[in-house]
Design a protein around this ligand. Structure first.
Ligand SMILES: Nc1nc2c(c(=O)[nH]1)N[C@H]1C(S)=C(S)[C@@H](COP(=O)(O)O)O[C@H]1N2
Ligand SMILES: [Mo]
Length: 200
């Protein structure tokens, strides 16, 4: 069994080289990892509130979200439980485009993502404001499934996937980094898979 895993990792490594962070193995399926149940938010009552250290609070409904430009990102995702999924295709509103709609105050240093169901995840502003980050609502050309965070989730692929908050309904800009849900249970504050920042 151990040998089997080792030889599989070696094969993954040969195929994907440096794209695969240390300690990760490639999966073909897409595991669902949720603490608790799947909250149901229909696109009719979905709202995203952008608040905290912003000049003016903003609330987006589904129509307002989907009226913003749509960006497609193809990349790999890495879960702290050691699976990686390669070449995933997500689409949604890029965080860069979203940030054009709000004026973030200069003292903001971090973002707390809030979700239907109560989950939270913290990100430094520099980790949040990156080209490939999305408010994702399409996966492989189809509406994002409820189990995977549909109608809309955060997509931050350069960090372990627990930072990609599912069923996101709030983005709160804050002056200093604060622990979110898993971070309070000992997960790393940042979660960079390339540095294996799994636990703090
Ligand atoms: N709201 C919410 N978002 C969440 C979670 C959760 O439990 N609730 N789990 C996180 C974890 S630990 C991971 S690995 C990914 C899993 O996403 P997936 O179920 O689509 O694979 O979602 C993250 N986002
Ligand atoms: Mo996770």
């Amino acid at each position: 069994m151990v040998l089997d895993i080792l030889s599989r990792r070696k094969k993954d490594r040969e195929k994907y080289g440096d794209r695969l962070p240390d300690g990760q193995k490639v999966v073909e399926d897409w595991p669902v990892l949720t603490y608790g149940g799947t909250p149901r938010a229909s696109t009719d009552d979905w709202r995203l509130r952008i608040f905290g250290l912003v000049e003016k609070e903003l609330e987006l409904d589904w129509q307002a979200l989907t009226a913003l430009p749509r960006t497609k990102v193809q990349t790999d995702i890495h879960c702290v439980t050691t699976w990686s999924k390669m070449d995933t295709n997500f689409e949604g509103v890029s965080i860069r485009d979203l940030l054009k709609q709000v004026q973030v105050k200069p003292e903001a240093k971090a973002v707390m993502a809030h979700c239907y169901g109560g989950y939270t995840a913290n990100l430094l502003l520099d980790d949040f404001n990156r080209d490939e980050n999305l408010l994702a609502y399409i996966y492989e050309g189809e509406p994002l499934a409820a189990d995977h965070g549909g109608p809309c989730r955060l997509f931050v692929p350069h960090l372990y996937f627990w930072k990609s908050a599912k069923w996101v309904n709030g983005l709160e800009f804050i002056a200093k980094d604060e622990a979110g849900f898993w971070e309070r249970y000992g997960y790393h504050m940042r979660g960079d898979p390339w540095k294996e920042e799994r636990y703090s």
